[in-house]
Design a protein around this ligand. Structure first.
Ligand code: ASP
Ligand code: MG
Length: 466
């Protein structure tokens, strides 16, 4: 079958890690048609993408040498791995190629320093270089391991709009170019090693898909190539029922539905972002999350089928704040909700959870703690008139809260789930500050004090015997 598989930055962060990758690709290639997507090397002491972005910003601030200074370290990181993984011939061919790519950026840095300005378009040249270096390294390692492999820059495949820094794919164009480039390679049993994260506009100007965008590349290619399955190789055995640091008995879920995955991603679990897998969900392509360092484990399979049952997982968003806008005069005060959310949106705060009881006397919203102060200031300004006329009495903020989400598509229409969640917390004496459940019933969210967060997750996990 045709499989598009992606390896994240830590899975390709060292020679040792890449050795695992090479073995996985070779094993998969024996049975399947394989397209590989790679992130930039994320070494413990050298995060390639972050380093490149920092160098570009330093150039804009006047330090034209910044890229030249980090270039030898980046070159060394890749060449040291190559020395362990690739044949001397491959290493000899790789070095000048990587050198030239880094030299190009070093030159560009000087121009940026002179201009004193870094456009998003120029920044994309920097941030996307790590993937280009790494695809070449990994292709060389695969060839040295006896596989026919070829590095492919996704600027040849993924056609995007001109939204530099966070471009979106133009799917029809991308389908045509990706198939034209990759299918002949697959027909010849060549493994394409594609750069994640980058693309190019119709005019051929390089773009990036947003931080963490290699997952998106994999999702896009899986869809346009009509893969049978898409595998995301990470550093965990799959999607867990809870954070194992909080719940030691948390276990890997063998199966999850697209809906459940989406709910969990919103709640900060280390799951694929819904946007990156939307092309796969639309095309109903099954997704697997697997562990690069434990490939014998089957991982988690994610597909369209919602399963009967109850809760599947408990996740938490830490470092949230709960803002309450309240007062008896809000009853029937038309438009106040729109103004509240408008004010919060204007300062760019991300609303994580909303509640309003039918008495209409308060609207509650949770935002990331770092965004709370700005949101409160904006709310007090927006509602100044209402506060002085006492239609609104207060804008209060509770700073140390956690949002806990109980996720499971089988909860829909199953009575008693909420009772079990609240009972579990009641039994251990945890106070619930706010509650929200959308009518999709995939998710029950509750707000508790930060100091109760871990105990609440444990109590719920335990009560559902996850
Ligand atoms: N290297 C890019 C980043 O760090 C893309 C990725 O790793 O997915 O954001
Ligand atoms: Mg990443």
């Amino acid at each position: 079958m045709r499989v598009v598989m992606k390896f994240g930055g830590t899975s390709v962060g060292s020679a040792d890690a890449i050795r695992h990758v090479a073995r996985i690709v070779a094993d998969s290639h024996r049975e399947h048609e394989v397209v590989v997507v790679v992130s930039a090397m994320n070494a413990p002491d050298l995060r390639t993408t972050d380093t490149l972005i920092a160098a570009a910003k330093a150039a804009a601030a006047g330090n034209g040498e910044a890229t030249g200074e980090v270039a030898p370290r980046l070159l060394d990181l890749h060449l040291r791995a190559a020395a362990e993984l690739a044949s001397p011939e491959e290493c000899a061919a790789l070095e000048p190629e990587l050198r030239a790519m880094l030299a190009y950026l070093s030159n560009l840095s000087h121009s940026i320093a002179v201009l004193g300005e870094l456009t998003p378009r120029a920044l994309d040249l920097f941030s996307g270089l790590g993937e280009r270096l790494n695809a070449r390294l990994i292709a060389a390692a695969l060839r040295s391991a006896g596989l026919a492999a070829e590095a492919v820059d996704a600027t040849r495949l993924i056609v995007t709009d001109e939204h530099y820094g966070s471009a979106s794919p133009l799917m029809d164009e991308t389908r045509a170019t990706s198939r034209a480039v990759l299918e002949p390679m697959l027909a010849q049993k060549i493994v394409p090693v594609v750069t994640g994260f980058i693309g190019a506009t119709k005019a051929g100007v390089p773009t990036t898909l947003g931080r963490g965008g290699s997952d998106y590349t994999c999702g896009i290619l899986g869809a346009v190539l009509e893969a049978k399955e898409v595998w995301f190789w990470k550093e965990v055995d799959g999607v867990l029922t809870a954070n194992p640091k909080v719940v030691p008995e948390a276990r890997t879920l063998p199966r999850l539905s697209y809906n459940e995955m989406g709910e969990m991603a919103y709640y900060g679990a280390n799951v694929l972002h819904p946007k990156t897998v939307r092309p796969l969900v639309q095309a109903k392509i099954p997704i697997r999350i697997r562990n690069t360092f434990n490939p014998a484990h089957p991982g988690t399979i994610i597909n369209g089928a919602d399963m009967p049952g109850t809760a599947r997982a408990v996740t938490a968003i830490n470092d949230a704040s709960l803002i309450t806008v309240g007062g008896p005069g809000m009853l029937g005060l038309t438009g106040v909700a729109a103004r509240i959310f408008g004010a919060v949106a204007r300062v760019g705060a991300n609303t994580l959870l909303i509640t309003q009881a039918s008495s209409e006397q308060s609207v509650c919203l949770a935002v990331p703690r770092a965004e709370a102060a700005a949101a409160v200031t904006a709310l007090r300004a927006e509602l100044a008139g209402d506060l002085s006329s006492h239609n609104v009495e207060h804008v209060e903020v509770l700073d140390q809260v956690v949002i806990i989400a109980v996720v499971g598509s089988g909860m829909r229409g199953t009575p008693g789930i909420a009772g079990r969640v609240f009972g579990a917390l009641g039994n251990v004496g945890i106070n619930i500050i706010a509650i929200a459940q959308g009518s999709t019933e995939n998710n029950i969210s509750l707000v508790v004090a930060a100091s109760d967060g871990d105990a609440a997750v444990r109590a719920i996990h335990h009560s559902f015997d996850l």
